[in-house]
Write a protein that binds this ligand. Structure first.
Ligand code: HEM
Length: 511
């Protein structure tokens, strides 16, 4: 009886504490779901449902209306705040920012093994980034065009076969196969082989999917990750399996590829005939020149990072381009017209080059618009307010508070994009109004922003700029579920299409 009484008293005291905390919290006026004031479970549940990106936009829509005085900020946890404005982007992510990544990112790494994406220490991250970034510049990457062409040709071949067979396919899956084989080729001078059969060779795709579910949920309680990861890995060794095994597995695959590469005769330090040099070779050279600055860990993490970050992202973005073109036949016609004109004028090769794609304004507008409406990452890019606190969007946030911008919310902010923010309108990027264009560019962050901007963005743009004109020129696509049906997506960090089915037909080469 006394025990029950004791528990009852503790319960009452704790409830009173929570209520008082909310009543007197300096940020009590920031609106958001009631439950999110007390606990991160609300956010965890939203992520678990697989549609957190929509919920995040909805919060800004719903509470933004009543929130004019407070600025564009909403709460999604007791100490978690989401923004959607250009000012917030500048303050939180601007160059030389002191807002470090939150512990959310820890769950994207094997405990104790650093990588550029997850590193929270600002100084260490800057030093890592310096070592890697030269390899990822566009001027360096255009040397990889022959590699990308090989994969694009294979992709084309598969579409021919599907077209002749008259079956529908999950094009989202095939686009991921393309992205995975390109990144593997660029990194190890060897395709994984997914484009041969569409099979998930070695289970890499599944491992990535598992790891993103794990990271997007467990990251919310980042401090739990080292312990949980140990348990999950142990169960995995027993053959019981579990979420989270993916990360370690991807690193293992990368290590095996590096070993195989080293074992190849004369592969090391030799550039291939066409001038391109795979990442692993570049990394090994850096290591040979200065093994203390560029360690064997740098080689491994650089290669593993490419595989982990470079397949879902590009695959999803390519899917978004195709989906929005199919949903908007007028835009598809306009793009095809540009492509055919370029081809007829001799300005588009059989394998389109990156340089040619840069001269195609409508193609570039389509890519930007698809990445606006469907940025690959669907959760806020969380950062921690630094020492001394910070004023964001007109409101003061104490140090230690978690703040972030979700690309989805920023990309649908009507104050920036107008009332047609939810519509696919590539023409908005062709405006002559320089101020408008600059404002749009400031709020366009599919690759993140500032010092943590995506290292691999040029690889992705290269892949997209080369594949999109090629397949739109060579094939007709039709949504298998009809024009009216919306596609289904599921968001665990990445907002991935599920079973995005299309019918494919070879186009006659005339006109
Ligand atoms: C369309 C394709 C891609 C999209 C939409 C994308 C998106 C992003 C975003 C939003 C971030 C910032 C995350 C944050 O601030 O928390 C990021 C960072 C990063 N991405 Fe990508 N990414 C893409 C392709 C790639 C590729 C192909 C690679 C590697 C080959 C890559 C490697 C990285 C790395 C290493 C970082 C961390 C950079 C740092 O923290 O310094 N990404 N990416």
């Amino acid at each position: 009886m006394q025990i029950i009484l004791l528990f009852g008293l503790v319960g009452v005291a704790y409830t009173a504490y929570l209520i008082l905390r909310i009543l007197f919290a300096p940020l009590r006026n920031v609106p958001g779901p009631f439950l999110a004031r007390f606990t991160n479970v609300w956010y965890l549940f939203q992520v678990h449902t697989g549609h957190v990106e929509r919920k995040n936009c909805e919060l800004h829509e719903t509470y933004g209306k009543y929130n004019l005085l407070e600025g564009p900020v909403v709460r999604y946890g007791p100490s978690r705040y989401s923004f959607n404005s250009p000012e917030a982007i500048k303050t939180i992510y601007g160059h030389s920012t002191q807002f470090a990544k939150s512990s959310f990112y820890d769950a994207f790494m094997v405990p104790g093994v650093w990588n550029v994406f997850t590193e929270r220490n600002i100084k260490f991250h800057a030093s890592l980034r310096r070592e890697f970034q030269a390899t990822y510049t566009m001027s360096n990457l255009v040397n990889f065009e022959p590699y990308v062409d090989q994969c694009a040709r294979l992709f084309d071949q598969r579409l021919h076969e599907v077209s002749v067979a008259g079956v529908t396919i999950d094009i989202g899956h095939w686009l991921q196969c393309y992205a995975l084989d390109v990144i593997s080729q660029i990194t190890f001078a060897e395709r994984l082989g997914t484009l041969e059969s569409g099979d998930d060779i070695g289970g890499v795709m599944k491992a990535l999917e598992d790891s993103f579910y794990y990271a997007s949920t467990v990251g919310i309680y980042g401090e739990v990750h080292p312990h949980l990861f140990a348990v999950v890995s142990f169960l995995d060794r027993l053959g019981v399996g579990g979420k989270g095994k993916g990360l370690g597995y991807v690193i293992k695959v990368a290590q095996e590829k590096i070993n195989a590469y080293k074992a190849k005769p004369a592969a090391i330090y030799e550039e291939t005939q066409d001038g391109s040099e795979e990442f692993v070779s570049k990394f090994m050279k850096q290591n040979a020149t200065n093994p203390e600055r560029f360690t064997t860990n740098h080689i491994l993490n650089g290669c593993a990072m490419n595989i982990a970050a470079g397949s879902d992202t590009t695959g999803i973005s390519l899917s978004a381009v195709l989906y929005y073109l199919l949903k908007n036949p007028g835009c598809m016609d306009k793009l095809r017209e540009e492509i055919i004109t370029f081809r007829n004028d001799g300005k588009l090769s059989e394998s389109p080059t990156y340089k040619q794609s840069q001269d195609m304004p409508y193609l570039q507008a389509v890519l930007k618009e698809a990445l606006r409406l469907h940025p690959a990452v669907g959760q806020p890019l969380e950062r921690v307010v630094p020492e001394g606190g910070a004023t964001i969007a007109g409101k003061y946030f104490a140090q230690g508070t978690i703040v972030g911008v979700n690309c989805w919310a920023a990309h649908r902010n009507k104050a920036v994009w107008g009332q047609d923010a939810d519509e696919f309108k590539p023409d908005r990027w062709l405006t002559k109004d320089a101020d408008k264009l600059s404002a749009m560019n400031r709020n366009w962050i599919p690759f993140g922003a500032g010092s943590r901007t995506c290292l691999g963005r040029h690889i992705s743009m290269l892949e997209m700029c080369k594949l999109v004109p090629r397949i739109i020129r060579d094939f007709d696509f039709e949504l298998a579920d009809g024009l009216e049906a919306d596609w289904k997506t599921v968001a665990y960090w990445f907002v991935k299409p599920s079973n995005f089915r299309v019918r494919v037909r070879i186009r006659s080469t005339v006109p």
